[in-house]
Write a protein that binds this ligand. Structure first.
Ligand SMILES: O=C(O)CCC(=O)C(=O)O
Ligand SMILES: [Mn+2]
Length: 211
């Protein structure tokens, strides 16, 4: 079976391919059913050792407008915005979610960034997940639990190319191909929103082993 042909026999959820210039996006509105998604949300909220990172933007330090935790293997430091996060070990629950995503997408992952948006004032600004450790065309699986939030995309060069969509409770957004090298994304602040947890599964490359 080709790598990107989903193994859907065990699951009913349908996927939508988003046709965007120089991007490969696939959206599964109900990757997990609602009750399972709420159970995962509650367990992750309780089990995660949340931390609020300090970001440096235009030379000024401030606290990230969200809580996070980074999971992977010990060598996988995640560096962004002048700071480094050391990886925690995967919990059994995260391994279970990772296995569900791997089975149904045919991709494999070795790390996950878990973000908690406490309310509508929490957000993530424009960025691409294009660190060298993620390789040339990173494949990222983004699972959303809790409040529905808007997700914006904009092309880095062709400014007329933009896209707005909502990421719903229990949904999975697959980002592949040129999506990271050519596009940026953000979760903007909103006046009213309940809590939301997002997990982005990634594959980090250990360049020290490639000598
Ligand atoms: O919360 C989201 O949907 C996106 C999070 C994100 O872009 C990231 O953690 O890199
Ligand atoms: Mn991102």
């Amino acid at each position: 079976m080709p790598k990107h042909q989903y193994q859907s026999s065990m699951f009913e959820s349908k996927t939508h391919v988003l046709k965007l210039f120089e991007a490969e996006l696939e959206y599964w509105p109900e990757f997990y059913p609602s009750d399972r998604s709420w159970a995962l949300y509650k367990q992750l909220l309780e089990q995660t050792q949340w931390r609020q990172d300090r970001l440096t933007v235009y030379g000024k330090q401030h606290l990230a407008p969200r809580l996070s935790c980074w999971y992977g293997e010990p060598w996988m430091d995640l560096s962004y915005s002048n700071q480094t996060m050391t990886a925690s070990a995967f919990s059994p629950l995260l391994l279970e979610i990772k296995a569900d995503i791997e089975t149904r997408t045919g991709d494999s992952f070795n790390s996950v960034l878990v973000n908690y948006y406490r309310d509508g004032q929490d957000s993530v600004g424009w960025h691409s997940d294009d660190e060298p450790e993620l390789g040339r065309n990173p494949v990222i699986a983004s699972l959303s639990l809790g409040a529905r939030r808007d997700f914006h995309l904009r092309h880095k060069v062709e400014k007329s190319h933009t896209n707005k969509m909502a990421l719903e409770h229990g949904s999975l957004l697959m980002m592949r191909g040129l999506t990271q090298p050519r596009w940026q994304h953000q979760i903007p602040k909103r006046a009213n929103a309940e809590g939301r947890i997002n997990l982005t599964f990634r594959t980090m490359i250990d360049y020290s082993r490639c000598k």
